[in-house]
Design a protein around this ligand. Structure first.
Ligand code: SF4
Ligand code: SF4
Length: 148
């Protein structure tokens, strides 16, 4: 009888389960998901690589092919998601927001090799749910005020 009472009590309440994976789960704005890379924005400063606590970013720069422009452009950029802990540090230090978080979290694979993602995958295939305002969502702004 007690069990029946619980069933009847919860019968009319809002469902807490979802039909994942048939219905995608909406993650919160500050969710730390698989990074997206804007290759063109990268200035090859290595800050993301230096701050990464698990040393899972490797990148190589090359001289800008446009002789009119100074600086370097990316040659390769890889993240090993076997090691990445999605801590968000790489995106926070990036001065140009070339590397940003997304709301995507599905990385299950049959082979560890598939968890090694290159520049092409990070920029061309991981294109959904990209965080638009990487550093300021709900974060305190200069002077202590909250972002609106
Ligand atoms: S999220 Fe953290 S662990 Fe993953 S690549 Fe960025 S800094 Fe490294
Ligand atoms: S911190 Fe940003 S600009 Fe610098 S190398 Fe990393 S992705 Fe490129």
């Amino acid at each position: 009888m007690k069990g029946m009472g619980v069933t009847l009590k919860t019968l009319g309440t809002k469902k807490v389960t979802t039909s994942y994976p048939d219905v995608p789960i909406e993650m919160p704005d500050r969710f730390r998901g698989i990074q997206y890379l804007y290759e063109d924005k990268c200035i090859v400063c290595f800050q993301c690589q230096r701050i990464c606590p698990t040393e899972c970013i490797s990148l190589i720069g090359k001289p800008n092919p446009d002789p009119e422009k100074k600086g370097k452009v990316l040659d390769t950029y890889d993240i090993n998601f076997e090691l990445c802990i999605l801590c968000d540090l790489c995106t926070e230090v990036c001065p140009t927001e070339a590397i940003v978080m997304t709301n995507n979290f599905e990385l299950a694979a049959y082979s560890r090799d598939e968890l090694f993602k290159d520049m092409k995958w990070l920029g061309d295939e991981n294109t959904k749910n990209i965080r638009q305002d990487n550093n300021n969502i709900g974060a305190p702004q200069r002077g202590g005020g909250k972002a609106e």
